[in-house]
Design a protein around this ligand. Structure first.
Ligand code: AGP
Length: 612
């Protein structure tokens, strides 16, 4: 997935675009580039980060009040200067940036080459800008019409911004399956992959819909049309994002800031949805479809990565508390395996970004089969949020660190409240237990804060295992998905290979791996299977494994046998993942920092995978 920023107005475009690209680097950082128009077209692009682009452009002409910029996560063509965006047409007049994949680029490239077009890069994007050039020349079209015609020919996903150096007062944006936001400033316009590069200048935005094109004019006018030239009446929204939410706020990394924000973000996710004193929980997104939700004879949870781990906990919650059968699917598998999905089914999609291609595609498939779609999303106005029939925003605020932390716990809050709400509606939990769960939920933020205060101890433990080559995470029941999540966190930011397993499964294979070099993180907070987890720990110790145990405050038995223990407060078991994940987030963070890894932008990763 890539980041796009573009500007037309009365200010110098370069600083605006560069700062905007920095805010979007979490979307991809293989290479970066910018095109500026100041009488002539100047395009600078470089492998590496935005800083590398800035260094390269330091002594170049950076004047101009219109420009387009791009930070890349490579799909077609390796990360290098030639494959970096923007891409320029053969005649040097048109420049374009793109997020997405043009699936029929090979056929188009072949046809264009036969017409004499020569390509400098391996990218699908360069084909698109040559296609626009071809239509413009062959059919004597304006740049707007040439873009429209080319997009009708292109198959796949795109968010593009393009301009023709001979039209210094026109900037064109378009999207299909990849996000593009239009910012409406005072005598100036912005286009970006999300609102973060825009909010410093304006909070008035339009989220473009699929197959929509926005033709912007420097005189302050604009129009939104479809690729079939149907004039649209877009809705201007006012977003309440604040610029300081996008800064590190004194922390070394966004990930650390976001881990420490969790007492607050968990509270935000609950706000207006629960009152233990008065004894109610109310998840607004469910109310209009409560009958269909509570009578569902099956729910399918679809997600990817960390959101899939949240979905797995959702299964435990909904079956345990609301007695509704749940199936959890990797979205990328669900969309391709020709599943049985009926009109009665409810599909719950979890996605922090709301733009993950596989999750979006799975939802589109389910929608065609008539299922009810429910979205649990963080990114307001995102594609998944707008595709679903109903849903709940998790209100975790912008999550910049590529490794998801606060969004994960906020997803768990929403899932827990939904399960409690449905359990109450269906009468599958007693009034007493209902009240207990409400009070336990409201106590979570303070308990998270208490765990965060053990950061120094967790950092010490990180130092003891930072050179491990492999690690094993074990958990039971509600904490089995947390074992998976802890392992993913370690893998994706420290590059240590780690696997999560149900604790009881260890003896069915993984135990063969255990030796004195293997750290084994055991989540041992379950009251319901405590003795069994103690046995698992003894089995590891018998093979000289290094045991880091997450235990309840006051635990004595495990403290005697584990190498390291981290104590966390007790809570109702269905809510325990909200607490047991916190030490694992900090552990992976500190190990990654000690190993000199780029915590906020780990190699090969991107914050939201909007390509398949
Ligand atoms: C989480 O730490 C990962 N960066 C990744 O697995 C992520 O959860 C996954 O790509 C899904 O993203 P989404 O929640 O935005 O759909």
């Amino acid at each position: 997935m890539c980041g796009i920023v573009a500007y037309i107005g009365n200010k110098q475009a370069y600083p605006i675009i560069i700062e905007g690209l920095r805010r979007l680097e979490y979307r991809g950082y293989d290479s970066a580039g910018i095109s500026l128009l100041n009488g002539d077209l100047h395009t600078y692009k470089k492998k590496g980060k935005v800083q590398d682009l800035e260094n390269f452009a330091a002594d170049k002409n950076k004047e101009g009040t219109m420009g387009i910029g791009h930070t890349r996560w490579a799909t077609h063509g390796k990360p290098d200067d030639l494959n970096a965006h923007p891409h320029v047409s053969g005649d040097g007049n048109i420049t374009l940036v793109h997020n997405g994949i043009i699936e029929n680029y090979a056929q188009l490239k072949e046809a264009l080459a036969e017409l004499g077009h020569e390509f400098k890069s391996e990218t699908d994007t360069e084909v698109l800008v040559h296609l626009i050039e071809e239509y413009q020349k062959r059919d004597n079209l304006t740049i707007e019409k040439a873009v429209q015609k080319a997009l009708k020919k292109a198959v796949g996903a795109y968010a593009i911004v393009v301009f023709d150096k001979r039209e210094p007062n026109k900037l064109i944006g378009a999207r299909k399956s990849s996000p593009l936001v239009l910012g409406l400033g005072k005598d100036e316009f912005f286009l970006a992959s999300d609102a973060t590069p825009i909010i410093k200048f304006t909070n008035k935005v339009i989220y473009l819909n699929d197959e929509e094109i926005v033709n912007i004019n420097r005189d302050g006018t604009y129009e939104v049309v479809t690729i079939d030239n149907e004039l649209q009446s877009p809705v201007v929204q006012e977003i309440d994002l604040k610029i300081e939410e996008l800064e590190k706020g004194g922390y070394d990394h966004f990930m650390l800031k976001e881990i420490h924000q969790q007492p607050q973000t968990i509270l935000e996710s609950m706000r207006g949805r629960i009152n233990a004193e008065e004894g109610w929980v109310l998840v607004g997104g469910m109310q209009d479809h409560m009958k269909r939700l509570k009578e569902a004879d099956r729910m399918i949870f679809a997600a990817c990565g960390t959101s899939w781990h949240a979905a797995l906990i959702g299964e435990y919650l909904f079956e345990d508390l609301a007695r509704i059968p749940v199936e959890v699917e990797y979205a990328s598998e669900l969309r391709y395996r020709n599943p049985v999905i009926r009109e009665k089914d409810v599909i719950v999609a979890l996605s922090q970004s709301g733009e993950t291609a596989d999750t979006l595609a799975a939802l589109e498939m389910a929608k065609k089969k008539g299922a009810l779609l429910y979205g649990i999303v963080n990114n307001v106005g995102s594609s998944i949020a707008r595709l679903t029939d109903c849903g709940s925003y998790i209100h975790a605020g912008p999550e910049i660190g590529v490794a998801s932390t606060k969004a994960f716990t906020s997803q768990l809050v929403v899932l827990s409240l939904m399960a409690i709400n449905l359990g109450k509606e269906r009468g599958t939990i007693s009034e007493g237990y209902y009240r207990q769960l409400l009070h336990a939920m409201e106590a979570i933020p303070a308990k998270v804060q208490k765990i965060l205060e053990q950061d120094e101890k967790i950092k010490y433990i990180a130092g003891e295992i930072r050179n491990a080559q492999n690690a094993l995470y074990l958990g039971r029941g509600y904490n089995f998905p947390i074992a998976l999540e802890g392992a993913l966190k370690l893998k994706e930011i420290s590059y240590i290979h780690a696997e999560g397993y149900p604790a009881a499964e260890m003896k069915h294979g993984p135990i063969a791996l255990i030796d004195m070099y293997m750290p084994v993180v055991v989540i041992a907070t379950n009251q319901s299977a405590y003795e069994k987890v103690v046995s698992n720990i003894q089995e590891v110790k018998a093979r000289k494994g290094i045991v880091i145990a997450i235990v309840l405050e006051g635990d004595k038995e495990i403290k005697k046998i584990a190498d390291f223990t981290i104590e966390i407060p007790e809570t109702e078991e269905p809510l325990s993942p909200l607490l047991s994940v916190i030490p694992l987030q900090l552990l992976s963070y500190h190990i990654a920092v000690m190993r000199g890894c780029n915590v906020d932008q780990p190699r090969n990763l991107a914050k939201s995978v909007t390509v398949e």
